[in-house]
Structures are given as structure tokens and as C-alpha cells.
Design a protein around this ligand. Structure first.
Ligand SMILES: [Zn+2]
Ligand SMILES: [Zn+2]
Length: 158
């Protein structure tokens, strides 16, 4: 199954998502604005932002997704070496971003966190953790994604 990918025009970070005291954006609110502007043709939509994201119970999050839903958001802010006072590394940044997008997409396919350290669905709340895992699902999680894609294939007839 080949799934076409489209890059949509950028949207503004919703002002209501900004927490002025924390100087961060509430990811659930950005996610909501993505959900409100979803293209009905899209199976999944992932927003990528450069602003730092949080949810009230956590200092920060790399991203957030609707579990078994259609939308997700990922922040590149803390995936950049510069954030930690290090030399920029575009390749490493792209790799981290790819993993986090894959992780959040996994959640939209109903996947929960994985105990296996190499699986991209392993929970990582530091970049070191992101670097440790592979940009790939474990066998079990590939099976789950495969099942979901087959269901979608039946539903959409692609
Ligand atoms: Zn997760
Ligand atoms: Zn896994």
C-alpha cells in the first residue's frame, strides 16, 4: 500500500495555545486547531512546529497525538542541538524529528508505549532517549500498524 504524503501550507500557532507565564504552547490546544482544519481526504495529519510544547502536568512534551485518531503535533524545539547549547546538526535533527513524527503517528494508529528500548514507540522524554531508539516499530507494533492500514484500505478502497 502506497500512501501519498502532502505538505500543507503552514498555519499560525493559535494564540489561545500560548501560555505567557510558561512561554510555551499548550499542545492539546494546537492539536485541537489542527483537528478543526483537517482535510477530510487526509487519513492522518501531523503538525510540525518549532515552538516549545507542554501539557499542564509536564514540563514539556515532544509531541501529542489523538490515540486512535487522525491528528498529531510534534515540536522540533527541543530536538535541536542548539537548544542544549551545542553545534547545529541538521542530520541529527531530521532523524529525531522523523522518530517523533513516527511515534505520534503510531499513537494515531492506536499504538501505546512499548517496553522495547529500540522500538520507536518507546517513551522518550529526553533527546538522549530519542537517540537511543530506532526509527522503526518493533515487529509487534508493525503488525498492529499493518492491521490498521488494512482496515483503512477496506474502508477507503485504495
Ligand atoms: Zn507517546
Ligand atoms: Zn514496539
Amino acid at each position: 500500500m502506497n500512501i501519498p504524503v502532502r505538505v500543507l501550507p503552514p498555519i499560525k500557532n493559535p494564540v489561545e495555545a500560548l501560555d505567557r507565564d510558561r512561554k510555551q504552547y499548550y499542545s492539546t490546544r494546537i492539536l485541537r486547531s489542527i483537528v478543526n482544519s483537517l482535510d477530510p481526504d487526509a487519513l492522518r495529519t501531523v503538525g510540525i512546529t518549532d515552538v516549545d510544547l507542554f501539557i499542564p502536568i509536564l514540563t514539556y512534551v515532544f509531541g501529542e497525538a489523538q490515540l486512535d485518531g487522525t491528528a498529531a503535533i510534534v515540536s522540533g524545539a527541543r530536538l535541536r542541538q542548539e537548544y542544549y547549547g551545542l553545534k547545529p546538526d541538521r542530520r541529527l535533527y531530521a532523524e529525531r524529528l522523523f522518530k517523533e513524527v513516527m511515534h505520534e503517528l503510531g499513537h494515531t494508529f492506536g499504538l501505546t508505549h512499548c517496553d522495547l528500548e529500540h522500538c520507536v514507540m518507546h517513551l522518550s522524554n529526553t533527546v538522549a532517549g530519542v537517540d537511543k531508539k530506532r526509527a522503526d516499530f518493533c515487529t509487534n507494533h508493525w503488525d498492529e500498524v499493518g492491521k490498521k492500514l488494512k482496515e483503512l484500505e477496506r474502508a477507503y478502497g485504495t
